[in-house]
Design a protein around this ligand. Structure first.
Ligand SMILES: [Fe+2]
Length: 260
């Protein structure tokens, strides 16, 4: 059995610091074999910097997945091109820096990790990610034991429909982007572990990790306010998938969270 921890959107450099202090001990406690972290917002809601990516990797993440903000900062492009542990979404245009999947070792097994972007209420013109994933599964057949997909999207229905199309093909699928965890963790009929959204990693007490007054004034006035971080204690939200490394199917899925 392989135990994979998938964590939701890391929303700031301060949160990267929190994870680098706590993640290794949590991994040991929960006997985690491999950790995937969505890092698209690690530069505080505006992409991820190479320093934050390096800190997350040394702090206990095995792979960093992306989203609609990954390409926001050009400083990450060389890292996307050179590291097999930092991904951008797979369904971006040809020629965009980086890759949308990778195959990494965990114990004596090989884990195929995908990062993909949803289409609804996201970047206009984003193509359906499912055919991109299916093509890779065919191309890499025999080169991996289990697979996991971070589906970064706004709409739960879109994520669930994509998951059913990939049921039995991908070992586990977790949603990110909304920063709000859902309570629909399940094993789909053909063995794929699933949750629509795992939530986020950051300071609690605000709205989606941002200071409450900033978000309420933005909504009330419709004016632009610069974001500032919430001030509560740190919390990491995610999910644990127990995978059968022989069949590639999910045996158990459970929501988890830890703080400081
Ligand atoms: Fe996002």
């Amino acid at each position: 059995m392989l135990r994979i921890l998938a964590l939701g959107d890391v929303i700031s450099p301060a949160t990267v610091g929190f994870l680098s202090r706590r993640l290794w001990s949590y991994r040991r406690e929960m006997e985690v074999d491999f950790t995937v972290v969505n890092g698209e917002n690690a530069g505080f809601l505006s992409g991820i910097g190479s320093k934050d990516a390096a800190l997350l990797l040394s702090g206990g993440a095995d792979c960093i997945t992306g989203g609609n903000h990954t390409m926001a900062s050009r400083s990450i492009y060389p890292t996307l091109d050179s590291s097999d542990r930092v991904l951008r979404p797979i369904n971006l245009a040809d020629g965009v820096p980086g890759a949308g999947y990778t195959i990494l070792p965990a114990r004596d097994r090989r884990i195929l990790v995908f990062s993909a972007l949803g289409c609804l209420f996201m970047e206009a013109g984003t193509p359906d990610p499912v055919p991109y994933i299916e093509r890779v599964l065919l191309r890499e057949a025999g080169r991996f034991d289990v697979s996991i997909l971070d589906l970064h999207a706004e709409a739960t229905g879109e994520k669930l429909a994509a998951a059913h199309r990939l049921d039995g093909k991908v070992s586990a699928i977790f949603g990110t982007h909304t920063h709000v965890p859902t309570a629909d963790e399940a094993i789909l009929p053909h063995g794929t572990g699933y949750i629509s959204d795992v939530g986020f990693c950051g300071r609690t007490g605000g709205i989606l990790g941002v200071k409450t007054e900033v978000m309420t004034e933005r909504q009330r006035t419709r004016l632009r306010y610069s974001y500032s971080e919430a001030e509560g204690p740190f919390r990491a939200q995610g999910v644990l998938f127990d995978l059968d490394e022989t069949s590639g199917k999910t045996l158990a899925v459970s929501r988890v969270s830890f703080g400081e």
